[in-house]
Write a protein that binds this ligand. Structure first.
Ligand code: NAD
Length: 270
């Protein structure tokens, strides 16, 4: 028995990095998990690898190709999951993108791309998950469902060269607060978590992008500089995040709503 035995969870952005780790940690504690991503082929492989790993110890796996900015696709993913597993207990709005640019060079295209996935994608995911949850019975915890959003240290401070990303992650915080207030009457909670620097493919790309725009001279420099103040003395791996994400999906967090949990090794004390 795990903390999330039999709970039905959807994780977006689950083809790699933090999203994949969230899904796998949920599976390790008995959940039924839909791994969802815009990269359908890759997320299908992730689901398949995990189906093999399950090996009769409970839990279940499915996968979905979804662009979180496309409401019809998000709706279809949620309907498919509810049909397969009977309900949706937890929705992780985790898919996110970044594309660093010097502040004065930021274009409408850069802004719309990042705000589209990180901001609008989060809102659509919240709305459509809630629409499903509202139709469901309350569980024995008295809740119809939980929504968990991925914020960031970039939702606490504006950093240079990533202005639209920071704006989009501030948006995730306010959506979490607004959603918590609005959905409380339906017995749905909304929380979020805020990683600091996590070694994933996203950071590899960000490191490269920062060199391309002249903000760093060598590979790894940006990550080193960005993480110099981490009190725990190192960057995170996805595994540093998942104890908390499984907690947020579990009944142990039932009385929390509207809050963002910082998981940044003490990088920002706000
Ligand atoms: P990643 O780039 O490794 O993975 C992101 C995944 O999201 C990819 O598989 C990608 O295909 C998917 N995706 C992108 N656009 C999508 C869309 N429109 N629809 C569906 N899926 C889409 O990133 P990561 O480091 O694992 O980050 C996951 C989340 O954590 C993001 O929201 C990110 O902003 C946030 N975050 C990351 C860090 C970090 O240091 N890595 C820190 C704070 C917050």
């Amino acid at each position: 028995m795990g903390r999330v035995s039999d709970r039905v969870c959807i994780v977006t952005g689950a083809a790699q990095g933090i999203g994949r780790a969230i899904g796998e940690a949920l599976l390790d504690e008995g959940a039924r998990v839909c791994f969802a991503d815009i990269n359908g082929a890759k997320v299908g492989e992730v689901a398949e690898a995990n189906r093999t790993r399950l090996n009769g110890r409970g839990g279940a796996v499915s996968s979905a190709q979804v662009d979180v900015t496309d409401r019809a696709q998000v709706r279809a993913m949620i309907a498919q999951t509810a049909e397969t597993f009977g309900r949706v207990d937890v929705m992780f709005n985790n898919a996110g993108v970044n594309k660093p640019m010097n502040f004065m060079d930021v274009t409408e295209e850069n802004w719309n791309f990042i705000m589209g996935v990180n901001g609008l994608g989060c809102m659509i995911g919240m709305q459509e998950a809630a629409r499903q949850m509202i139709t469901q019975d309350r569980g024995d915890d008295g809740l119809r469902g939980k929504i968990v959003n991925t914020a960031s240290v970039a939702s606490r401070q504006g950093f240079d060269n990533v202005a639209p990303y920071c704006a989009s992650k501030f948006a995730v915080v306010s959506l979490t607060q607004s959603g918590a207030r609005d959905l409380a009457k339906h017995d749905i909670t909304v929380t979020g978590f805020a990683p600091g620097v996590v070694a994933t493919e996203m950071w590899e790309q960000v490191d490269q992008d920062l060199m391309n725009i002249g903000a760093a001279n060598r590979p790894g420099q940006a990550m080193e500089e960005f993480s110099a103040e981490i009190l725990r003395g190192r960057v995170a791996g996805p595994g540093d995040i998942t104890g908390t994400t499984t907690f947020l999906a579990s009944r142990d967090s039932d009385y929390m709503t509207g809050q963002i949990v910082m998981i940044d090794g003490g990088m920002t004390l706000v």
